[in-house]
Design a binder for this molecule. Structure first.
Ligand code: ATP
Ligand code: MG
Length: 393
């Protein structure tokens, strides 16, 4: 073989080798791709099976089962029988409230844990959707400022949600207490109201800024702020919640849902939903805490019927803020505090959504107020204590 044909031969060899290597690496990449897709599908199917197992197993009459079924996310799957026994057969005497979803019952689990049980009253598309969103959202959200979902029951046509029991119920019951058929002054003092404002703000801050994509609550209102036995607040009811846009300042378009008096004007008009829609609703709750008035009261004169329109002109005027304060709070607050809280409320309910603050800003502004209020009540309770003790000295 002469030198040129040996060179040709070597070149050919190299080309064949390169082709084989290229072919091998493409095949390997395809195999890897196929394998990861297989893993992804397998994971999806197993999650689905786990979820449907939780939902359906009791349909097949598995009432003899004693072990409590738990979903991957840690939610308990109850049988309807278990919840019947926890609530005294959903007895009338155990009813603690009623909302759009249905009646709410007090109950006790076998391990002694107190629960609140929401029983869906009519199977409809809206109810089913609320049930599904509530379960899905609360499976992935964890914060001390959100009401925890313990579990659910989805047996044949029954849809039931099971929560931690909050001994002091909804905030609205304490802001607008009723005895017999008469409204009576609220016992909720200024220090507790300030702390509730802060804890509820922390709940929304978590939803908007600590999870990705952000969660827009869409039904933030005083009846969805629940109070435990020490009057600590937790935000509840995620049945209407939506995942927000990943883009800063982005919106999602949805049907307008929510509660009259709390819905942000731009959302009501355009259906464009952002976290700033929740900030507006938060501002309305702040106004309820300041004034002790409901967001819409058609029994009042036209100028006073809508809380935001009535309060807004007073909020940024130092001398006028006192005029809108809840009379039940008289003597409990400092001018400095109410001016600051009113200013936060004014920023939250302004028409221009972009100018409303982030919930993190609201939290930052409220923290020093709550701290200061706590310190001054400690000082005053100490001085009362020494005053009552003084005769003994
Ligand atoms: N976990 C709980 N612990 C104690 N009481 C609760 C609990 N959940 C709900 N409640 C009581 O039941 C009432 C009704 O709650 P529900 O969330 O069903 O309706 P709502 O908030 O008034 O209205 P909507 O259906 O529009 O949200 C609350 O105001 C509260 O008093
Ligand atoms: Mg509610």
């Amino acid at each position: 073989m002469d030198s040129s044909s040996s060179h040709d031969y070597k070149n050919k060899q190299r080309t064949v080798l390169l082709t084989i290597m290229a072919f091998a690496s493409v095949t390997l990449s395809l195999l890897l791709l196929a394998f990861s897709y297989y893993c992804y599908l397998r994971n999806k199917v197993s999650n689905f099976l786990k979820y449907s197992k939780g939902i359906d197993s009791d349909d097949k009459g598995n009432s003899h089962k004693t072990t409590q079924l738990i979903t991957e996310e840690g939610l308990q799957v109850f049988t309807f029988k278990q919840l019947l026994s926890a609530t005294g057969g959903f007895g009338k005497s155990n009813v603690i409230g009623q909302g759009g979803f249905g009646l709410v019952y007090r109950g006790v689990l076998q391990d002694g844990r107190k629960i609140a049980v929401k029983l869906m009253d009519q199977a409809g598309k809206q109810g089913e959707e609320e049930f599904r969103v509530e379960v899905e959202m609360l499976s992935r959200l964890r914060s001390p400022y959100l009401l925890a979902l313990i579990g659910y029951c989805s047996e044949s046509h029954h849809r039931v949600l099971v929560y931690d029991f909050m001994a002091n119920g909804g905030l609205q019951e304490h802001l607008y207490p009723i005895k017999g058929s008469n409204a009576v002054p609220s016992n909720l003092d200024w220090e507790i109201r300030l702390r509730i404002a802060l804890e509820a703000a922390k709940g929304l801050e978590y939803l908007h800024e600590h999870v990705s994509p952000p969660v827009i609550h869409r039904d933030f209102k005083s009846s969805n702020i629940l109070l435990d036995k020490g009057f600590h607040a937790k935000v509840s009811d995620f049945g209407l919640a939506k995942l927000g846009s990943y883009r800063a300042g982005g919106h999602v378009s949805t049907r307008v849902l929510g509660t009259q008096g709390y819905v942000a004007p731009e959302y009501a008009l355009t259906g464009h939903l952002t976290t700033k829609s929740d900030v507006y609703s938060y501002g309305v709750v702040l106004l309820e805490l300041l004034t002790g008035r409901v967001p819409v009261d058609m029994k009042r004169s036209p100028g006073e019927a809508v809380l935001v329109s009535w309060a807004l002109p007073h909020l940024t005027d130092r001398d006028k803020v006192v005029e809108i304060m809840d009379p039940a709070l008289e003597g409990q607050y400092s001018m400095k505090d109410i001016v600051q809280v009113a200013a936060i409320a004014a920023m939250c309910v302004q028409l221009e959504a972009d100018y409303r603050p982030l919930m993190a800003d609201v939290v930052q502004s409220l923290v020093p107020l709550v701290k200061h209020q706590r310190q001054s009540s400690r000082v005053s309770s100490c001085s009362t204590f020494s005053a009552t003790q003084s005769p003994r000295l």
